[in-house]
Write a protein that binds this ligand. Structure first.
Ligand code: ATP
Ligand code: MG
Length: 443
């Protein structure tokens, strides 16, 4: 992409309405624009990051054997009356009437609709287990939308639902989700710690929230600092292997880590004093096992191997895809701007031309651009006629992990400069060596 043709409306001033750094930086970097309280347009740069996060979620769900599907945002109230949640959900649900006076709603979550799809098609244990998910816009009329996309009213969420014959199978699905989520967040450059939580209006006993530690987080969390030493890393996972998924679940959930909703002072006191931490966290996902709550209410039964009709065991699993954009920035920025982890960066590398219009500099930039593009990377070339300081400030603000700087003086010596956004370190390299180094970061 050439910056002269791109839509990147960066702001020089700090927007007054933004209270936390991710909101401020997303506005300043021209990623989003608010249209109403808690409702945002995603501008080109913001959308790219959102889509990168979405792609990682899809890839990891596919590995776990879960099927992507898409359900509508507008649903009829009837199914929600069946489960009893139409009245329970309260003011967070956006209720709409169509022209015939029928009650409709904008989906805040989709347990009812997926259960309806399931009961309409699956009648036998032979078609189980089944896990399906979607990544779709949700609406919750939050009392206090704030912090930009972190607590929006309209937000983008992955929601998945498992259907299993037995509790044991459903708990395997729970573990499988826990494992796949650990992988998903790590690929985004995040540490998200599973913490025992409360199930709220979804219902059920078994639930973990995934929290990213950050001062600006809305949840108070209590944990054994040893949990922060756990990393998933590069493991071979067989998602059908119940014992393996179970043991990873135990590895990541045995040490004390809870949100304030389930915090237990007596248990916490058993953690050695120097490892007892009280902090704040951002909830980026949650998994639930809720047994037969919805299948009982909505008559989702299947025939088991003995020919008996039994209610199916279910769970649901969510990832806050749009909230993650903010959460990643909270976890990765400095006073100059965003520092994108390589896994989600909107462009792989920036190219700054120090002297636009200089024949040698222009040609060298074009050459870098075309080599990187041919290697399958997406560079952002700042080809505007602007002073160097402004170009650097924009690149630092939008946070691309690598920057190539090209100027007539360096070119006379046969070099360009490669700068790492995270460390700030620069080195002079031949254009070929610089290209090879950037490509190596992404392979
Ligand atoms: P919270 O406690 O933050 O209100 P929740 O527990 O009600 O969230 P879930 O039903 O677990 O939310 O939804 C799954 C994920 O969707 C959450 O883990 C969170 O990352 C994201 N999410 C929930 N509400 C919002 C919101 N208002 N804005 C952005 N993301 C949200
Ligand atoms: Mg939650």
């Amino acid at each position: 992409m050439r910056l002269s043709r791109y839509f990147l409306p960066v702001l020089k001033e700090n927007p007054a309405e933004a209270q936390i750094v991710s909101h401020r930086l997303m506005l300043r970097a021209g990623m989003i624009k608010q249209t109403a309280a808690g409702i945002y347009s995603w501008l080109p740069l913001g959308l790219k990051v959102l889509k990168n996060i979405e792609t990682i979620v899809h890839e990891e769900q596919a590995k776990a054997g879960h099927w992507a599907m898409l359900m509508p945002t507008i649903q009829s109230a009837d199914l929600w009356r069946e489960s009893g949640r139409y009245d329970d959900y309260g003011e967070e649900m956006l209720r709409i009437k169509d022209r015939h006076g029928r009650d409709m709603l904008f989906t805040p979550t989709a347990e009812e609709l997926i259960t309806d799809i399931f009961r309409g098609h699956v009648t036998s244990y032979k078609d189980m287990p089944l896990t399906m998910y979607q990544i779709q816009w949700k609406f919750r009329d939050e009392r206090r939308p704030r912090f930009g996309v972190m607590r929006g009213r309209e937000f983008y969420m992955k929601d998945g639902y498992n259907f299993d014959l037995t509790k044991e199978d459903a708990l395997h699905a729970y573990n499988r989700h826990l494992v796949s989520y650990l992988r998903t967040y790590e690929r985004m450059g995040l540490q998200a710690i599973p913490m025992r939580a409360d199930s709220g209006p979804i219902g059920g006993d078994d639930t973990h929230e995934f929290l990213v530690l950050a001062e600006t987080g809305e949840s108070e969390v209590f944990y054994d600092s040893a949990v922060t030493d756990l990393t998933f890393g590069d493991r071979d996972i067989n998602y059908d292997d119940k014992a393996q998924c179970q043991s990873i679940m135990e590895e990541f959930t045995t040490k004390y880590a809870r949100t304030d909703e389930t915090h237990d002072e007596a248990l916490f006191a058993e953690v050695p004093q120097e490892r007892r931490k009280v902090a704040r966290g951002i909830e980026v996902g949650q998994i639930f096992y809720f047994g037969t709550k919805y299948s009982d209410a909505m008559g989702a039964t299947v025939q088991d191997a003995d020919g008996k009709q039994v209610p199916v065991h279910m769970g649901s699993h969510g990832i806050g895809v749009s909230r993650l954009v903010g959460a990643i920035i909270e976890a990765s920025h400095d006073d100059k701007g965003i520092i994108w982890p390589e896994g989600v960066t909107p462009f792989h590398c920036g190219i700054v031309n120090l002297k636009q219009g200089d024949v040698a500099a222009d040609a060298a930039c074009e050459d870098l651009y075309s080599h990187l593009t041919k290697a399958g990377l997406e560079p952002l070339y700042d080809d505007r006629k602007e002073r160097a300081g402004g170009k650097f400030a924009t690149m630092d603000l939008i946070g691309l992990p690598w920057r190539l700087t090209v100027g007539p003086r360096g070119l006379k010596n046969g070099v360009v400069e490669l700068t790492c956004r995270k460390t700030g370190e620069s080195e002079e390299l031949t254009p070929e060596a610089a290209i090879a180094k950037v490509i190596a970061q992404y392979t």
